[in-house]
Write a protein that binds this ligand. Structure first.
Ligand code: C5P
Length: 404
């Protein structure tokens, strides 16, 4: 199962014999759909060559902090921003000590310091080194800071001794990474997300559509699923793989999208409208391909249903979240839409200038009656997770107010 689809995992490999197991870890993470970027310490490179990891991850391996080529491409700050999660496996006593003390004297320690994402360490060392008070103190410091320590396991060690200090098996590490992306913020809820563009036919070969890639809606559906919700994703035509464990309903036109949404609406707690629904469709769809004849032609268009507004006006209205793509006055226009469509929340973004449609990154301004939050420029996956947090907060607050 592609349980880690599109997740960006930065794997730090430091110098322990268990580094050979990390090659298998890369393969397993990629099997689950993750993108894996390996960063090795000098010691790590002594056990397994960067070439092995490059072949398995499909990406060049980074090792040096002060590497001109690497800094020009993906420097330590870019790497720290790229990652959704950092896992160091194996994490030697030395790396653990250096991270505990906030050292930044090589690439891995520096980017751990520069990253604001979950950090997971899979210790691997001799049992006496693991039991040493210094190591225990360092581990306690890291745990206190929210670092997650995976294992270590007990058993026979490469040095011939027996005890705690063996690196966990890759399958266990993968599972812990999967768990780290899960929360129970929305467990017990049913969420319907719309995504992608719609396509409105002109004739059998042509259509009206827009630049929506569907990425934001897919990311929102994935984040909602990871937050424990049961998710239905209704999407127009896109080039994306549907996330695992999401019920996927592909559609073409706005009217089809509306029909599918209304099919499910009765049993939905939260509706998130990330689709770029075409506002107009052709009054008449030509039965045959329209011939190139006159100098100009006219198409008569009629309004499509405003699905979001209709959901919001439904007698059993779910918690309703809209999106607003604006080219100017983002905040003001979003506020107007929030009120006019009587939404519970709106996520607005500026399109153009490398943001918005068909881009990797986005920046969202989220508004709700009585509040707002600015989610700065981030990957759509990260934004989606933050948005789902806000949705969960507001949804639970609204429900508890209604219960009283
Ligand atoms: O009013 P505007 O189209 O800009 O509003 C954007 C929001 O409305 C988006 O969430 C979009 O999915 C939704 N929408 C809709 N049906 C339409 C047009 C927009 O659900 N026909």
């Amino acid at each position: 199962m592609k349980t880690l689809l599109y997740k960006r995992i930065l794997l730090g490999v430091s110098g322990g014999i268990a580094a050979y197991k990390s090659a298998d870890l890369v393969r397993r993470l990629r099997d689950r759909g993750a993108e894996v970027q390996v960063v090795m310490t000098r010691g790590g490179g002594g056990f397994v060559t960067p070439l092995t990891f490059q072949a398995l991850s499909g990406r060049p391996v980074f090792t040096e902090l002060l590497d001109h080529d690497a800094e020009a491409g993906m420097g330590h700050i870019a790497l720290a921003r790229w990652a959704d999660l950092i896992v160091v496996a194996p994490a030697t006593a030395n790396v653990i000590a250096r991270l505990a003390h906030g050292m930044a004297d090589d690439l891995l320690s520096t980017l751990c310091l520069a990253a604001d994402v979950p950090l997971l360490l899979a210790p691997a060392m001799n049992q006496q080194m693991w039991r040493a008070v210094a190591t225990a103190d360092n581990i306690a410091t890291l745990v206190n800071r929210g670092v997650e320590i995976l294992g270590p396991a007990q058993g026979e060690q490469a040095c011939g001794e027996t005890g705690p200090g063996r690196m966990l098996e890759p399958t266990d590490i993968v599972q812990m990474i999967e768990n780290r992306f899960r929360t129970s913020l929305l467990s017990g809820t049913r969420i319907l997300v719309t995504a992608g563009p719609t396509r409105e036919a002109i004739d059998p070969v042509r259509f009206i559509s827009n630049h929506s890639s569907g990425r934001m809606g897919f990311a929102v559906a994935t984040a909602a699923m990871e937050a424990g919700a049961e998710v239905i994703l209704v999407s127009g035509p896109v080039n994306l793989e549907p996330p695992d464990r999401v019920r996927y309903i592909p559609v073409e036109t706005a009217e089809q999208m509306q029909a599918q949404v209304f099919n499910e609406l009765e049993h939905i707690d939260i509706f998130i409208s990330a689709a770029a629904v075409a506002d107009y469709r052709c009054v008449k769809v030509a039965a045959n391909k329209i011939k190139k004849s006159g100098k100009s032609i006219s198409l008569e268009l009629e309004k499509n249903p405003d699905i979001l507004a209709m959901v919001s006006a439904y007698r059993k209205k779910p918690f309703t979240v809209g999106f607003a793509a604006e080219t100017e006055a983002v905040h003001e226009n979003a506020l107007i839409k929030l009120k006019d469509k009587r939404l519970d929340m709106i996520a607005a973004n500026q399109v153009g200038q490398g943001l918005g449609f068909n881009t990797e990154d986005n920046a969202l301004e989220v508004l709700w009656p009585g509040g707002s939050a600015s989610l700065g420029r981030l990957s759509k996956d990260k934004l989606a997770r933050k948005l789902i947090h806000l949705v969960a907060d507001r949804f639970h607050e609204k429900n508890s107010n209604q219960a009283h």
